[in-house]
Design a protein around this ligand. Structure first.
Ligand code: BGC
Length: 550
């Protein structure tokens, strides 16, 4: 168990933290089986330290049949043997804490894997049993029960119900899954389910975990008193924005999080949590309250065009929301579910990303320079804003989305279950390149579980380190500098006649100035601290952010 002291007494460390998301299977593979492992992360702790991040968030590393990249958890209180052991997990926490990096783990409470012992027990125990009560089983419609209980489409399509075979071999009941069939939804009205997650939160908190990222936090409680839900689309957003949707963002979900908060507050410092909740903006604050999870992701920038007005509006809205909820802002440009932002910014505006992916990147031209310039500028912009910044592994290397992964190598259920209608998220989960050449570009000695593109070496850590102007060096400098500049969670926008400029100041005089346009604009007065592109005399080049001390 880790004995770290650096955070003693600091209960607010999370409010303006830089959190780096690790997708463990694709980070670093030390044992050479082609799958990233905990030993690989331990080996790269010096690299993580070199980023000056405050915390890492580990996407699921639990035992899983990998029907959904590990978001199908077979045992919530263990480590997938392909990834490591609990002892290695303890060692990882210890090594990270030694260098003052805190650790978030992912909690996936809406559904388990169908390999989870409870689901297996539910299959064996049959209709009406207490074992089935932990999940959502219903009889089918029609004389023989062979019509699914409702017309519900799952997020991964095409249906949210799967029929089981009863212990006596006859076709039986159906169970609900908002995601893949291998991810049966829990019944959160069941007290055993509630108690088990409390045990899981304590289990990891006792091992020294500092925080939790809560997967699909808005979906746990469901209410079918008006009949089983029918939905024609794959969204996971509530259709009713007032807490009364049968599936999503129901008011009662916060009873669960209030219980969890009591557990978090048993620890010193209190454990923290961030909700991944697809809820209307005015309802996100309920997840971010200090009585519930404390923080909620704001995903607005994942869908925002490169546009000054849009960015300004989203920032203002987020600031207002944070003030209202008492939580801090969260800023995200990339994660393991979305197209990497240098690609989004390098494609023409309004590109249909699904079509683009399906065409293997041929349906629209990628302007790589524009993508990287904008990515550098937007990273500096969000790092200057009050609140937490969540980074996704590989963005610090300037990685683009990989759209031409051989189709037979794909792993994402979103791809298989919706032929021709979805993109695969494998494109942002390609194992990281560490070396310019060699076996899987330094990811590991035994190849890589998803194929890497032939030119991956040029984005490697080694290639980035060799170039003083690389994306990695910009991230390192900017994150370290931000630490020294951090101050009260406030900003004031500074008016500029040029509608391509977004300029704001923090209370200590730290200013961020972004030129969203293509043409250079005049640099404001003040001491230049850092620029995402070299300045040209007193001009800020296009698609550049500059930090200034007034
Ligand atoms: C995760 C996805 C996952 C889904 C189901 C999402 O919120 O980020 O990667 O497929 O939940 O667990």
């Amino acid at each position: 168990m880790s004995d770290y002291k650096f955070i003693a007494g600091d209960k607010k460390w999370w409010r303006q933290a830089v959190v780096y998301q690790i997708y463990p299977r694709s980070f670093a593979d030390l044992n050479g089986d082609g799958i990233g492992d905990l030993a690989g992360i331990i080996d790269r702790v010096p690299y993580l330290k070199s980023l000056s991040i405050d915390a890492v968030w580990l996407s699921p590393f639990y035992p899983s049949e990998l029907a959904d990249g590990g978001y199908d958890v077979a045992d919530y209180r263990n480590v997938d043997p392909r990834i490591g052991t609990l002892e290695e997990f303890d060692k990882l926490i210890e090594e990270l804490h030694k260098v003052e990096i805190r650790v978030f783990v992912d909690i996936v409470p809406n559904h388990s894997s169908d390999q989870h012992e409870w689901f297996q027990a539910a299959l064996k125990a049959g209709r009406g049993s207490p074992e089935r009560e932990r999940y959502i089983f219903h009889d089918g419609l029609g004389e023989n029960g062979d019509i699914r209980p409702s017309e519900l489409i799952s997020h991964f399509g095409p249906t949210g119900w799967t029929r089981v075979t009863e212990p006596d071999g006859t076709p039986g009941q159906w169970y609900l899954h908002l995601f893949a069939p291998e991810q049966p939804d829990f019944n959160w009205d069941n007290q055993e389910v509630r108690a088990d997650f409390i045990e899981t939160l304590r289990f990891w908190s006792d091992r020294g975990v500092d925080g939790f990222r809560i997967d699909v936090a808005h979906a746990l409680t469901k209410d079918f008193s008006d009949g089983l839900p029918a939905r024609e689309t794959m969204d996971i957003d509530p259709k009713k924005p007032d807490g009364s949707d049968p599936l999503f963002d129901r008011d009662e979900v916060h009873e669960i999080y209030r219980e969890w908060r009591k557990v978090f507050n048993e620890y010193d410092p209190p454990r923290v949590a961030v909700a991944e909740a697809s809820a209307p903006a005015h309802r996100l604050g309920a997840y971010a309250s200090e009585e519930t999870l404390g923080q909620a992701f704001n995903f607005d920038l994942l869908h925002a065009d490169w546009d000054t007005k849009r960015f300004k509006q989203l920032i203002s809205n987020s600031m207002k929301r944070a003030e209202k909820s008492g939580s801090s802002n969260t800023w995200v440009l990339s994660n393991h579910d979305v197209v990497r932002h240098p690609t989004r910014y390098g494609l023409p505006d309004k590109t249909d990303l699904v079509k683009w992916y399906i065409s293997e990147g041929k349906s629209a031209p990628l302007d790589a320079k524009q993508g990287i310039d904008r990515a550098r500028a937007s990273t500096m912009l969000i790092l200057a804003l009050p609140g937490s910044t969540y980074l996704y592994q590989g963005e610090e290397l300037g990685l683009f989305e990989v759209a031409d992964t051989p189709r037979e190598a794909m792993q994402d259920p979103q791809w298989f279950r919706n032929p021709g209608k979805s993109r695969s998220r494998d494109g942002c989960r390609i194992p990281l390149p560490w070396a310019i050449s060699g076996s899987s570009f330094g990811f590991g000695p035994g190849g890589s579980h998803l194929p890497q593109p032939a030119d991956f070496g040029k984005y490697s850590v080694a290639a980035n380190e060799a170039d003083p102007n690389s994306v990695l060096n910009l991230y390192r400098t900017a994150i370290a500098m931000r630490k020294g500049l951090q101050c009260a969670e406030e900003i004031k926008f500074i008016f500029n006649w040029n509608r391509n400029v977004l300029h704001f100041a923090r209370p200590n005089g730290w200013q961020s100035f972004t030129n969203f346009g293509k043409s250079p604009v005049k640099l404001p007065t003040g001491k230049v601290l850092l620029s995402s592109q070299p300045l040209v005399g007193s001009q800020v080049p296009g698609e550049t952010t500059v930090w200034i001390q007034a």
